[in-house]
Design a protein around this ligand. Structure first.
Ligand code: ADP
Ligand code: MG
Ligand code: MG
Length: 479
């Protein structure tokens, strides 16, 4: 396997004394600027821990960063068009729906509202397309996935460049600050919600955040809430779980969604993307009620389904992108960021892909239709799992993806409860670009790229989810 190295933004290691001092300051900076999370070990609504972060911004190739930001509006358009193609979504997800209970339930909601007629034709998309630079492809970026539901960290990541500018300044490298790009993700994402709110047209209606039973990533969510209030103090934000919505929400005679006497203009899902968030049929009924309603959904059920890994894989099949993007230059640009994606359906192509991965499991990642991290299969296990599923219908719930090997660089990861003087370790980074889109089947009203996030993990870890616990917040240092 080819890996290569990127040079850190300043010469490392730092002397122990300097390191201890800057880590101390950086932790306080992070806490005092809301780069925090609730503790999973000692959960309390009264306190926060700083979120794991990387002490210095990680080097990222400038050209590739620009490429990722520029392609976002094409990806927004692509997902938007895919989401409005009933035939395509149905045929892409057919084999998955047959075996994957969760996708099947989402799909049933989609079919129900499709057959009934949708009350609200507009959707709001707050997407995040994620990339790893690929060592074997000259560090060109390759898309890991695109998230269409609960794309997180736009709130906290907006502050990380300032943390890194502070750290560089304190270490006497103020001249390097210019290479840490500003991040306007929070402003842009909330701007999208407010634009949708305005289009809805009821000045008394609220924005509803659909939340988990326990919110660990509270800073990220509250930053969105506070930013909405900052941009337009007329707009009230309420937070409810799917269970609470099931108990108290109603549809009016024009399918207006109301909760505790408040009309809802926009529903922003920060939950509802994994099976455990629907503990009973009640929560599914709540999701259906929301989908049936006149509120503008972020995401609507069709945006949600368009972000599944099965759809991502189908889009990488030769000839498919051309159905949705008429400009050949756009098709080429998207093809360039795709990497090998293979169906595991029980047919000739699926068998060939499975055999390929059984031969060389280290070169592939096996993915189910899940979100939120920690669900994929890597390395030797790819072989075991695939072998256990030979001839089993269950295999069609998964897709196979070429493994991307990102370049490695040295850095310091700062975690709550970690040592006062952290070790210099090998790290790899994943870039996320945020996009906002609003539109219906025939018209796109807004389509923007609004900001970025960088998440960094130990190069030895398979996954680096910050919320899931093995990654750390970061920001790019462009070279
Ligand atoms: P999720 O929706 O759960 O976030 P992802 O597809 O983003 O699923 O996978 C989770 C993590 O697994 C990614 O953030 C990345 O670290 C790792 N990963 C996923 N696909 C690949 C790949 N093709 N090559 C290398 N790492 C991958
Ligand atoms: Mg995801
Ligand atoms: Mg992901």
């Amino acid at each position: 396997m080819t890996t290569n190295r990127l040079e850190p933004c300043i010469k490392l290691p730092l002397e122990n004394e300097i390191l201890e001092d800057i880590v101390d300051k950086a932790k306080d900076w992070a806490l005092m600027h809301g780069a925090g999370m609730r503790s999973k070990v000692n959960f309390s609504k009264d306190s926060l821990q700083f979120a794991p972060f990387i002490l210095l911004p990680s080097t990222f190739p400038r050209e590739e960063f620009n490429k990722a930001t520029e392609i976002q509006i094409i990806l927004n358009e692509l997902i938007h068009k895919v989401a409005h193609d009933y035939g395509f979504l149905s045929s892409s997800l057919k084999s998955t729906v047959e075996v994957d209970e969760f996708t099947s339930r989402l799909f049933k909601i989609y079919e129900t509202v499709h057959n009934e007629g949708t009350a609200q034709m507009l959707s709001l998309g707050l997407f995040r397309s994620d990339y790893l630079a690929h060592s074997a492809a000259n560090n060109n970026i390759k898309q890991v996935e695109i998230n269409t539901i609960a794309s997180s960290f736009g709130g906290i990541c907006t502050h990380i460049p300032s943390l890194h500018r502070y750290v560089l300044q304190e270490l006497g490298h103020g001249d390097k600050i210019k290479n840490v790009p500003v991040n306007t993700a929070l402003e842009g994402l909330c701007g999208g919600m407010l634009e949708a709110w305005k289009i809805y047209g009821d000045p008394n209606a609220v924005i509803l955040f659909v939340i988990e039973n326990i919110t660990y990533n509270i800073c990220d969510q509250r930053f969105h809430e506070f930013e909405i209030r900052r941009q337009n103090r007329m707009v009230v934000v309420i937070r409810r779980t799917l269970t609470q919505i099931a108990d108290t929400a109603k549809l009016g005679k024009n399918k207006e969604l109301s909760i505790d006497g408040l009309s809802v203009a926009v529903v922003y899902f920060r939950s509802g993307y994994e099976p455990a968030q629907y503990p009973s049929s009640k929560e599914w009924a709540a999701r259906l009620m929301i989908e049936r309603s006149l509120a503008i959904k972020c995401p609507s059920i069709h945006y949600h389904l368009a972000g599944t890994k099965k759809v991502q894989q189908t889009l990488a099949t030769p000839g498919v992108l051309e159905k949705f993007l008429t400009d050949p230059a756009k098709v080429d640009a998207v093809k360039e960021i795709f990497t090998g994606l293979y169906s595991l359906d029980l047919d000739e192509d699926g068998n060939r892909a499975a055999e390929m991965a059984i031969m060389k499991p280290e070169c592939y990642v096996l993915k189910p239709q899940r979100e939120g991290g920690g669900n994929n299969v890597y390395g030797e296990k790819v072989r075991e799992v695939l072998q256990s599923m030979t001839d089993s219908q269950e295999r069609t719930a998964w897709i196979l993806m070429e493994r991307i090997i990102p370049p490695v660089q040295k850095g310091y990861m700062i975690r709550p409860g970690g040592p006062e003087v952290p070790q210099l370790v090998d790290l790899v980074s994943e870039l996320g670009i945020f996009g906002v889109i609003i539109g219906n089947a025939s018209t796109v009203i807004a389509n923007r790229q609004v900001g970025h996030m960088l998440r960094t993990k130990l190069s030895s870890a398979d996954e680096g989810g910050v919320a899931a616990g093995s990654g750390a917040l970061d920001s790019p240092y462009l070279i």
